[in-house]
Design a protein around this ligand. Structure first.
Ligand code: 3UK
Length: 506
């Protein structure tokens, strides 16, 4: 029997850390003892709503102290929390809610309007609970938990059964419910949290990536909680100024960012070296490759290293990383103890030093598979190996060098952008005939979408460019719009009519 709520919460209280702050958001502090009690109240609340073991609840919540309460409360009750990305649009929530068949949706008051239009269509949905605020006629999280007892006998679950889901995005098609088992979190906390970061009781952690991302979930929740440390939560958007202020104010010791934010902080004149940063001992970067320059400039400016590592939703966290004292900027580092890596060619043959191939990884935090997606599950999880979809080369010293995606997906600010999706959005505009989207580096060597557009009629203009950009923002999400648009006569295509994006890159 193993339930991760026991492991991550109750163990800390038993060790005597009950009065220690586990989470601090802009309004409240939650100690380990508070979290133990509130998660029991959440478990009791789910029972009172009629939920049974293995039922699912959806969490569409900003990062506040209620995030860990809802997550661990569900796990304690044997109910499966499904974490939703808070940055999506209505259509995507429709798909995910239908796909996961959650019985209860926990939604932050400020996010309610985005999901409200589809809620009537979701047959599985029995209750909607409003978190961090009030919406008329709907029950609030505080009221729901307030009436519950603060003791709950944790439901007995096995180490190998599914504990929670995260949604991962795909190159085409819809996001995939990625099923993680009870022990996956502890595995990442041991292999990466303790062995690579050396996370310890005294640490104060801050993650710019939110809790619903696999990256944020480890950074802000499982790593600090594995040692009884403290996490600072920021419900809003992590702007360079806010993050910098927060690092100083809370004397953060471990800061987890993404390359675009590191670059933005370096470019911001209000972010300057300060004695208030004295506790900052290590920074982490993931989500996309950290440009060598950004790492080196950060070290020069703040005197602290950034370790770059690659992880994925499927592997739950980082499995290939630089390590303190052995950093090589511009690489993803080396294999982490506890994981095995291999590079393979298209025929599945293992490649040697200097050869480019797809990275595959094996380790105890691999997901059980995707929900309701047998073919995609089989294509990604091949026995003990998980295919990453990333191209790498390996050097003589065991360092891996990132070369791009096997498909055409890429990331902006650590968040997936699928060219297919941006193209579809562009094509939905009346004046657009065809579009091709590729990754393009900006001045800071960070990747942003660039579009090649063939018009139906008329000519390209600056005004049309702006119109297309806002059209994309409104239809699929703010970060996905093409930063550059080139109007062209035609797109390069294969004989079968597929757009040859590789011809447009650069
Ligand atoms: C890319 C990187 C180069 C790479 C993630 C847990 O990003 C995470 O998960 P996702 O499922 O995306 C995975 C894909 O993102 N990637 C991530 N990190 C790097 N590419 N250098 C990197 N350092 O294509 C990978 O397959 O959203 C999940 C923990 C950390 C994470 N970054």
């Amino acid at each position: 029997m193993y339930n991760l709520a026991d492991d991550f919460i109750d163990t800390n209280v038993e060790k005597g850390y009950g009065e220690k702050a586990a989470f601090i958001d802009p309004e409240r502090t939650l100690t380990y003892a508070d979290l133990q009690q509130s998660s029991c109240q959440m478990a009791n609340a789910l029972k009172s709503l009629g939920l049974k073991q293995e039922d699912r609840v959806a969490l569409l919540m900003l990062d506040t102290i209620n995030w860990p309460i809802a997550f661990f409360g569900a796990v304690r009750a044997g109910v499966i929390p499904v974490a939703f990305n808070t940055l999506l649009v209505t259509e995507q929530y429709r798909y995910m809610l239908k796909d996961c068949r959650a019985k209860v949706l926990f939604v932050s008051a400020v996010l309610y309007d985005v999901v409200a239009p589809v809620l009537g269509e979701i047959a599985s949905l029995e209750n909607i609970i409003i978190v961090d605020g009030h919406i008329e006629e709907l029950q609030s999280f505080d009221d729901l938990l307030g009436g519950q007892g603060s003791e709950f006998k944790t439901v007995e679950t096995s180490p190998d059964e599914v504990a929670f889901w995260l949604y991962s995005s795909g190159s085409t098609g819809q996001p995939k419910g990625t099923k993680h088992i009870q022990t996956a979190m502890a595995f990442t906390a041991d292999t990466y949290g303790k062995n690579v970061l050396g996370v310890r009781h005294e640490d104060v952690c801050f993650s710019a990536a939110k809790c619903f991302f696999a990256y944020g979930l480890g950074n802000a929740i499982s790593f600090p909680m594995s040692v009884g440390a403290t996490t600072i939560l920021l419900p809003g958007r992590p702007t360079p100024q806010d993050v910098f202020q927060l690092l100083k104010q809370h004397k953060v010791s471990l800061y987890f960012g993404v390359p675009t934010l590191y670059a933005a902080m370096l470019a911001d004149e209000t972010c300057v070296s300060s004695p208030e940063l004295e506790n900052l001992r290590l920074c982490v970067s993931a989500g996309e490759a950290l440009p060598k320059d950004v790492g080196e400039q950060w070290l020069t400016k703040f005197g602290v290293d950034i370790i770059d590592g690659i992880g994925s939703t499927e592997m739950l966290h980082i499995f290939l990383s630089n390590t303190p004292g052995e950093i090589r900027y511009g690489t993803s580092g080396r294999e982490i103890d506890g994981y095995r890596l291999k590079l393979v060619d298209e025929a599945g043959q293992i490649l040697g030093v200097g050869e480019i191939g797809e990275l595959c990884v094996s380790g105890g935090s691999a997901a059980e598979g995707y929900w309701n997606q047998r073919e995609k599950t089989r294509a990604t999880f091949e026995g003990v190996w998980t295919r990453t979809g990333d191209k790498y080369t390996l050097d003589e010293d065991g360092y891996y060098h990132y070369c791009g995606r096997t498909d055409d997906m890429f990331k902006v600010s650590g968040i997936w952008v699928s060219p297919f999706e941006v193209e579809s959005a562009l094509i939905a505009h009346v004046q657009v005939l065809e579009a091709a989207v590729v990754a393009h580096e900006d001045e800071a060597e960070l990747i942003k979408p660039k579009a090649f557009v063939v018009l139906k009629t008329g000519e390209g203009s600056l005004q049309l460019c702006k119109e297309l950009q806002s059209h994309v923002k409104d239809s699929i999400g703010k970060w996905k719009y093409p930063r550059w648009i080139e109007f062209v006569e035609e797109l390069p295509k294969t004989a079968t009519g597929k757009i040859q994006r590789f011809k447009l890159r650069g």
